[in-house]
Design a protein around this ligand. Structure first.
Ligand SMILES: *Cc1c(COP(=O)(O)O)cnc(C)c1O
Length: 392
């Protein structure tokens, strides 16, 4: 037995339990259609909600910035890696989010891993939503704070937990996803922010799937609920609707000043490269300038959901463009996705443990760059496969 043999055993186990995820390789840019295995496929998998990942103006902004600044930031931000363009982006995000200030990270995951442990420690308590994203869960673990989980979308359960557990920490942090990526449902943020006031607890929302999707011009969940100044920490990503890479946290001047002294991904990992920063700035500028992409996204989502519902599919209770088609049995979802793939549609199955047993689904991500014809193509294929498999 070699000392690395355990890896093969682990891989075998994953494969036997159907939890091994094969990874498809794209041979094209992101977009409504992508090339996989040499074949053109309708893409209903990506988080490129507005099509900005391959937008000509965004690409040009990146190329121009590379000509001027080069490709790398050269160091961690606090040593020699902060360029004027990083500051410009942080000012732009603050303005876009109606927050005082913001801090850019190299990714959304890093924003959560870096910020949460800077806010609370072993003397404190975190109230964490049951279905929070993995990067929040890991940020919570890194903080060593006491963790109390509250039920999905339940302000009532959160209050119950706060009553019981708030006293167990000096400081308290309530943390929740804004939009939940597997179901497309939305956190009751107005109630959560009130509870934050009532129980002297900081409120932190992860808006990864809200940016570019919710609120005026896609400003996100805080704008959607008119909660400016009522949420303490708004975290987000540049890798989804904004189409590029990176993450951020927005909040008060003091919060940002403090994170620059404490957040480990800021202090110990090199800065986002200038090309990415310029591309993000351009994406936000496009979103501010015109909301036609946002409208197109929602039109496509409405058309897709209505079409599937009319056929008799269970599309859950999504309140956003995220469209789960709940199939039920894990095996059926995997087979459905495979048949879709053979018929030219790229749409991944989502199974246990990512979602609860018996709620396996195909998750569809419509975007602003899909045409009406693309959406109809998808609905027609769902109809023929659904009938063949006797699911509708
Ligand atoms: C995608 C996602 C992240 C991670 O963002 P990246 O920028 O891709 O690292 C964090 N939180 C939530 C809720 C997400 O959906």
């Amino acid at each position: 037995m070699g000392k690395m043999d355990w890896i093969n055993d682990e891989l075998k186990l994953l494969k036997e339990s159907g939890r091994y995820v094969p990874i498809r390789v794209l041979e094209s840019s992101q977009g409504a259609w992508v090339k996989i295995d040499g074949k053109k496929m309708l893409n209903l998998c990506s988080n490129n909600y507005l099509g900005l990942a391959n937008h000509p103006e965004v690409k040009k902004a990146m190329a121009d910035a590379i000509q001027y600044y080069g490709v790398g930031a050269g160091a961690v931000r606090s040593i020699a890696g902060t360029m004027d363009i990083h500051i410009k982006l942080e000012e732009k995000i603050a303005e876009f989010k109606h927050m005082e200030n913001s801090l850019v990270y190299q990714g959304g995951l890093l924003a959560n891993l870096g910020t949460i442990p800077a806010l609370v420690n072993k003397d404190d308590v975190i109230f964490s939503e049951e279905l929070n994203h993995a990067s929040i869960i890991d940020g919570v673990r890194l903080s060593s704070a006491k963790r109390v989980v509250f039920s999905h979308l339940s302000a009532e359960d959160l209050e119950k937990q706060l009553k019981q557990e708030r006293k167990s920490g000096k400081k308290a942090l309530i943390v929740t996803d804004g939009v939940f990526s597997m179901d497309g449902d939305i956190a009751p943020l107005p109630e959560i922010s009130e509870l934050g006031e009532k129980y002297d607890s900081m409120v932190y929302v992860d808006d990864a799937h809200g940016e570019g999707v919710l609120g005026d011009h896609g400003r996100g969940i805080v704008d959607h609920f008119n909660l400016v100044n009522k949420v303490d920490i708004e975290m987000g990503t540049f890798s989804k609707a904004i189409g590029v890479m990176g993450g951020f946290v927005a909040g008060s001047n003091e919060l940002i000043d403090y994170l620059k002294q404490k957040a480990r991904p800021f202090l110990f990992s090199s800065a986002l490269n200038p090309g990415e920063v310029a591309a993000i700035l351009k994406s936000i500028e496009i979103m501010e300038r015109d909301d036609s992409l946002l409208k197109k996204l929602w039109n496509n989502a409405d058309r897709l959901k209505t079409g599937l519902k009319n056929l008799g599919f269970n599309t859950g209770h999504s309140k956003t463009p995220i469209t789960p088609v709940i199939i039920g049995e894990e095996r059926n979802a995997v087979e459905f996705s495979k048949t879709l793939y053979d018929e030219g549609i790229f749409a991944s199955p989502i199974v246990y443990p990512t979602v609860a047993k018996g709620t396996a689904r195909i998750r569809l991500m419509p975007s602003a760059v899909h045409s009406e014809g693309d959406i109809k193509f998808a609905i027609d294929k769902f109809e023929s496969i659904g009938k063949k498999m006797k699911l509708i």
